[in-house]
Design a protein around this ligand. Structure first.
Ligand SMILES: *Cc1c(COP(=O)(O)O)cnc(C)c1O
Length: 493
């Protein structure tokens, strides 16, 4: 592509992206098309054998993409913990792709590597982590947690687990602990690393969905007595279901007592520790050996951007470094550099840190603190509005996640009844979530609290206003009434 053509196509694309941004507040949160209709709309093309004039292709595709995507940038998108992305991040990704540094080695990405180092330092500083933390930028929360898991496994295994694996004669069966509300990354980690998912101990939680330290202690002692080797505890700082924060200081104490690796999954909630009114439980993440944080959530970087932070840089290096003979990256005249391929599972790496680094400069730490505090405030206001609706039942509110459900007035007294009533309410609320999504007016997801299917609004969105959250309870009631009239089984009428 000639530079002149790039300029022309690029300007026109930037213009349409700017229009897309300005329409986000009024655009549908999601396309009304079901999968078959979506495939039909998209059509099918043969793999092109010959070159095509790309400008019209890009133009046509971008229009379709803008119109029929699920817009997590909409102010009324509160599904899952998928945030609105800051426009500066889109420019950062474009710039990173244009220069295309390979952030595997310093010599291939001198400036980008130094910026990634600085980004990691800023993330640690934002959370006021004590001492000299280090880390690596990865694709997201799952990878950030899995990388920490691999580090913990190497640090705590009593034999050379990297060379000898899990079946050496001197090996022991490893066990890892976390609350029943832990994210499923832990299953992937245990599976990928060959421990098997049976190595995961899902510890009982209290009424607020937080790990129970007494149950943790019991499980560790029982495993030790049975000859297993407990090696890691994962505390959650903002659970994916309800935003629950485990009692991290107590978990830290238990880890110290039993010499276990203390990891905190802060993919969602870790940035909230920067707020003045952060709870003592949340501040306990500063006692961890490793933390997973997800800048593509509450720091508003576009996908993908996660980060593993470790208290001790050597632990990360020890878990991943290999020195292939074909890499000659140490000849910087004796000056110290970080070659990221030695600090994580990837070899070639893109410049994901740039969007985090630019985001930090655009908003400043104070801007992030304000945006995070606003989201938490909006979730609580939403919870108040829900409480004012006779047909809505409140579940939980923690950090910026509120859970609730629609309960027809005549079923209200029986709403906790197991069996037919619970089944019907679960089905009804699942229908409401789908109908709301397809309506394009707002987007919520769900959480399970005991047997109850709850609607879940997760506000990780700097575009959301008070008027947006005020609208949601009314939309749910309107849809709930209609769906209840259509689908109520005769036995419950
Ligand atoms: C989102 C989330 C994850 C997974 O992060 P991805 O970026 O989706 O891979 C893990 N743990 C928690 C607590 C999360 O909220």
């Amino acid at each position: 592509m000639a530079p002149e053509q790039f300029r022309e196509i690029g300007h026109s694309l930037i213009d349409s992206i700017a229009d897309f941004y300005s329409h986000l507040p009024t655009a549908s949160t999601a396309s009304p098309l079901l999968p078959d209709a979506m495939r039909q709309r998209l059509g099918k093309r043969e793999m092109p054998e010959k070159r095509t004039n790309i400008a019209p292709v890009l133009d046509k595709f971008s229009k379709l993409f803008f119109e029929h995507s699920t817009h997590n940038g909409s102010p009324r998108f509160w599904g899952y913990i998928t945030s609105s992305a800051a426009p500066i991040g889109a420019l950062a990704d474009l710039l990173a792709a244009a220069v295309n540094p390979n952030c595997g080695a310093w010599a291939l990405s001198p400036i980008a590597t130094e910026i990634e180092n600085e980004t990691i330092r800023w993330l640690a500083e934002f959370m006021s982590l004590p001492g000299k933390w280090d880390g690596i930028v990865v694709s997201g929360g799952n990878m950030a947690n899995i990388v920490a898991f691999i580090v913990a496994r190497k640090a705590k295994a009593t034999w050379d687990i990297r060379a000898k694996g899990l079946t050496a004669p001197e090996s022991q069966r490893l066990a890892v602990y976390g609350s029943g509300e832990m994210h499923t990354w832990i299953n992937k980690a245990a599976d990928l690393c060959g421990l098997g998912t049976d190595a995961v101990r899902w510890i009982a939680t209290d009424k607020e969905h937080r790990l129970r330290p007494d149950a943790l202690r019991q499980a560790i002692e029982a495993d030790r007595a049975a000859g297993l080797s407990p090696f890691m505890v994962c505390g959650t700082a903002g659970s994916v279901g309800t935003g629950a924060i485990d009692p991290l200081p107590e978990i830290a104490k238990i880890c110290k007592e039993f010499d276990l690796w203390f990891h905190v999954d802060g993919a969602y909630g870790a940035p909230a520790v920067a707020l003045d009114n952060a709870s003592a439980d949340l501040k306990g993440l500063r006692l961890a050996d490793s933390i997973a944080i997800d800048p593509h959530k509450w720091l508003y970087a576009p996908l993908e951007a996660g980060c593993t932070l470790v208290r001790n840089r050597d632990d990360l290096h020890d878990a991943f470094a290999f020195k292939p003979s074909y890499y000659q990256f140490d000849d910087n005249e004796g000056q110290e550099v970080k070659n990221y391929f030695e600090y994580g599972p990837q070899n070639s790496r893109g410049f994901r840190a740039l969007k985090i680094w630019l985001g930090f400069q655009q908003s400043g730490a104070s801007g992030y603190r304000r945006m995070i505090a606003d989201d938490i405030e909006l979730a609580h206001r939403l919870y108040d509005f829900i409480g004012q609706q006779e047909l809505l039942e409140r579940g939980t509110v923690s950090l910026s996640i509120a859970t609730f459900r629609f309960v027809p007035v005549d079923l209200r007294k029986r709403s906790m009844e197991a069996g037919a009533v619970t089944d019907y309410l679960n089905e009804l609320n699942a229908r409401i979530a789908t109908a709301l999504r397809l309506s394009g007016r707002a987007f919520v997801s769900n959480a399970h609290i005991g047997d109850r299917y709850m609607l879940r609004a997760c506000i990780v969105n700097f575009r959301t206003t008070l008027a947006d959250v005020e609208l949601l309870p009314r939309l749910i009631v309107e849809l709930g009434r209609g769906l209840d009239a259509r689908f109520r089984p005769a036995a419950l009428k």
